[in-house]
Design a binder for this molecule. Sequence first.
Ligand SMILES: Cc1cc2nc3c(=O)[nH]c(=O)nc-3n(C[C@H](O)[C@H](O)[C@H](O)COP(=O)(O)OP(=O)(O)OC[C@H]3O[C@@H](n4cnc5c(N)ncnc54)[C@H](O)[C@@H]3O)c2cc1C
Length: 362
Amino acid sequence: MAPTERIAVVGAGIIGCAIAFELSRRGAAVSVFDGRSLGGGATQASAGILAPYIEAHEGGPLFELTVRGLSAYDRFVRQLRAVSPIPFEYGRPGTLEIAEDAGRARELRARLSARWAASAGLEWLDAERLEALVRCIHTGAVGALLCAVHGYVAAGPFIAAMADAAQRLGARFHLGTAVTGVDLESSGVCVDTAGESTTADRVVLCAGSWTPAIDPLRQTADRIRPVRGQLVRLSAPELRLRHVLWGRSCYIVPWHDGTLLVGATSEDVGFDERTTAEGVRGLLTAAEGLIPDLRSATFVDVRAGLRPATVDELPILGPAGDPRIIYAAGHYRNGVLLAPFTAQLISNYVFDSVIDPAFSAT
Ligand SMILES: Cc1cc2nc3c(=O)[nH]c(=O)nc-3n(C[C@H](O)[C@H](O)[C@H](O)COP(=O)(O)OP(=O)(O)OC[C@H]3O[C@@H](n4cnc5c(N)ncnc54)[C@H](O)[C@@H]3O)c2cc1C
């Protein structure tokens, strides 16, 4: 690829921002378009958990992909921090999957014999050791599975750093600028916005749940659908939680400042991005079931986002039909986990024509 090749990125969620940073870092001239503000789609509601061994522990292509996703993180974060001074919280304190009863404990302990148990840092903690780590845990908990390599990132500040870094490297962000169409012309690919048309050499489509609406090749039609997730934010610094907790009906992500993210609902309600009384009630009840002291936590806010779900739960990645149109959409429950790795795959394709086995756009 010539260093001055022009690449348009449609969507400034976590996938678009990671790709914009990575392509800019490697010398492309990048323009990013988003009809909303930075991360205004699913990304702003995300819990930012990086947990392949929970999300895909039963194996298969999603397992391979998410494990590769986690292993791409440290280097990406280092490269990002070398360019942008915007701070963001990224930690790998591990997850604790809580066993509320003996049956769940048996299920969780069975994972200790998985071939990947050692590389994931799996360890069983009995009730006493669990309570030593999480003093406020519900007294009925019978133990927990620690997965030491798991972590989290604060998605909002993380993408702010990516966008800042990409812009420092020359990328241009057009926020509040919805793309109305993408047309293949002999001169290049035209990205249409209200009243303007920009010509690029290639376009990366990463508009999350909305990707089918701007897909000129119709490769994503009927393959991506929105699944709403609601997430509540509380504040309880006095509880001094350090690990990501994962119960049967909710998870809790603790940030250093005492903020706790409690997620998440999973609702098939089309493009309805409202937060609901029922969603909040369910999450608070589940969180109090794990940590009874959360009854007196400060309520901060509630968010909703549309996860871009695919039929097989795998993202749609790579070129399809025309090499000028590149897909990076449909990351469903794992877009944060997979963002750095997705950016790496897309830039390896753009710069070195590498077709990764994970490419699935056709
Ligand atoms: C409650 C909740 C919790 C989650 N927790 C986790 C988690 O812990 N870990 C994890 O890995 N993942 C998690 N996810 C999933 C993750 O948030 C998503 O997979 C990820 O945000 C998808 O990113 P994206 O950039 O593809 O899509 P989005 O963030 O939705 O971004 C798409 C962008 O495209 C823009 N756009 C759409 N149409 C157009 C157009 N025509 N023109 C221009 N721009 C357009 C939108 O405005 C939007 O900004 C969670 C999701 C939710 C909802």
